[in-house]
Design a protein around this ligand. Structure first.
Ligand code: ADP
Ligand code: MG
Length: 495
């Protein structure tokens, strides 16, 4: 592969939170503690490859301690039985404290995950907004059910108990908040396990939670690897729910591990999302949305629009506009305010993305643009678009989790829908059209949890999110999270 550009990234001063070189502890029962085994791991800055911090590597014994602390906090008359209005006040204080520490949270997120600082600032702001949205939910109501006059029959929603969140590395603070905020709003206590690649913002959030008066044990942060800490959580007999975001393969393992105590499981998994460009679309705007849709966060997004389906009559125009839009993305130092794409998160991801570029070529597809390498020790990859892709190639079927897209022509809307739905995933889909009927017709036919029209990737705390097929089980955000973080009890009283 040709070297297209040199990228230089200077080392940034570490936020004070990381402190000296001592291993960073986990938050269990209100205390900062090392792993029972004494083991640690290092988290790396993917823009430079240098070690940021050493972090406790939790295992089964630590998960046991976290479960005991969370159970105590749930059962003591504290969090679950608190007046919901008082829980609202705590959640509002957490959102305020996140905003007060926004610049530090954004910097930590950018260092640990390689996400550009302009993006992480937006992520922190959105995370605080999501906490406020759930703070506004002391409104979880039951029903009175009309039976006959001699009975009183009603329903009530109750917290599940100890809820675990296992989250990935591609938007760590966002994911932490999606798991923690609705769980707390419903009166549950929480164990959060951040990804081993990006533990820092979860730990800083843990500190913020403790400082804002959240009772000890209500939220516990256990750092560690999936195979140890993660697996101990998924299989734990005293955890009531696990809410997981990550790969489909790991999601299936978690579902299997949950069988022991039939814990509640929600899974938000992978995707291979189609973006359909109709001939009547504003081609320039569609190309810019499609470019952002597959390349933003350097393609490390579960909703990435990696199969771009374009009507054959506009394919050439669209391809030219797409190339222009992608070449405008500045790849570079996450702390440079002009940077739009940082590195991928790890050496492993770097190898994986490059291997898919080679695979595409060996499957017979052609690189339309991109495919170059950068001269830098960081894990930077160039956004790459393939032409001549058939939907049965691995390039079009497997989630790459890097900025690699397949451009495919279609003849009519029926064919577009057929190709779009011909995937084992069903997380997201998009349509570009100027015809409102076409938009609604296609939105109806696409088998995906989220459909965007003339935009891409937009989410909101009120907007239920989740996948069809192997993209997941259940929905997060909006009032749907409140259903999945509560049990429904029916009470039947003969009067
Ligand atoms: P990736 O392969 O890109 O790291 P994963 O889906 O494996 O994505 O990881 C997402 C999260 O799941 C991380 O927090 C990881 O530690 C955790 N994890 C990985 N494997 C397991 C497992 N077997 N059980 C529980 N959690 C796991
Ligand atoms: Mg993994």
């Amino acid at each position: 592969m040709p070297v297209t550009q040199t990228i230089e990234v200077s080392e940034k001063p570490l936020p004070g939170f990381i402190g000296d070189r001592a291993p960073m502890g986990m938050l269990i029962g209100g205390d900062w503690t090392q792993a029972a085994s004494g083991e640690t791991f290092e988290t790396v800055n993917p823009a430079t490859g240098s070690v940021l911090a050493t972090v406790a590597s939790g295992g089964p014994a630590d998960v046991d301690r976290a479960v005991a602390a969370a159970r105590r906090a749930f059962e003591e008359p504290s969090w679950a039985s608190m007046n919901p209005h008082d829980r609202t006040l705590v959640l509002l204080r957490i959102a305020d404290a996140m905003e007060a520490n926004a610049e530090e949270l954004a910097a930590l997120e950018s260092m640990d995950g390689g996400i550009p600082i302009t993006v992480t600032r937006g992520m922190v702001a959105d995370a605080a907004k999501t906490v406020r949205y759930y703070a506004g939910w002391p409104k979880i109501l039951g029903t009175v059910n009309p039976v006959d006059a001699s009975v009183h029959c009603y329903t009530v929603r109750e917290p599940l108990g100890v809820c675990a969140g296992i989250i990935p590395w591609n938007g760590p603070l966002t994911m932490a908040v999606w798991k923690i905020a609705p769980a707390l709003a419903c009166g549950n206590t929480v164990i959060l396990k951040p990804a081993e690649q990006t533990p820092l913002t979860a730990l800083r959030l843990g500190q913020i939670l403790a400082e804002t008066g959240l009772p000890a044990g209500v939220v516990n942060i256990v750092t560690g690897f999936g195979e140890t800490a993660g697996a101990a959580i998924a299989g734990h007999m005293s955890i009531d729910k696990v809410s997981f975001t990550g790969s489909t393969a790991t999601g299936k393992e978690i579902l299997r591990a949950s069988l022991g105590n039939l814990k509640r499981v929600t899974l938000e998994l992978g995707g291979k999302s189609p973006h359909i460009v109709m001939p009547d679309a504003d081609i320039g705007a569609a190309a810019r949305n499609a470019a952002a849709g597959f390349a933003m966060l350097t393609g490390q997004v579960c909703v990435a629009g990696t199969r771009i389906l374009v009507h054959e009559s506009v394919l050439d125009d669209f391809a030219a506009e797409l190339a222009t839009a992608v070449s405008a993305f500045r790849v570079g130092d996450p702390f440079d305010e002009q940077t739009m794409l940082g590195p991928v998160v790890s050496a492993e991801q770097f190898e994986r993305v490059n291997s898919y570029v080679s695979l595409g070529v060996s499957e017979g597809a052609q690189i339309a643009f991109g495919g170059g390498r950068f001269d830098t020790p960081g894990y930077f990859v160039e956004p790459t678009v393939f032409a001549g892709v058939r939907n049965d190639m691995r390039l079009a079927r497997e989630e790459i989790f890097g900025p690699v897209a397949a451009l495919m022509p279609f003849r009519d809307a029926d064919e577009a829908v057929r190709i779009a739905n011909d995937t084992e995933y069903g997380l997201a889909a998009a349509v570009a059209t100027s015809n409102v009927s076409t938009a609604h017709r296609l939105a109806r036919k696409l088998r995906a949890g989220v459909v965007w029209v003339n935009t891409y990737s937009e989410l909101d705390a009120t907007f239920p999110f989740g996948g069809y097929k192997q993209s997941g089980i259940g929905r997060e955000l909006g009032d749907k999270s409140l259903e999945s973080f509560t049990e429904l009890k029916s009470v039947f009283i003969r009067l």
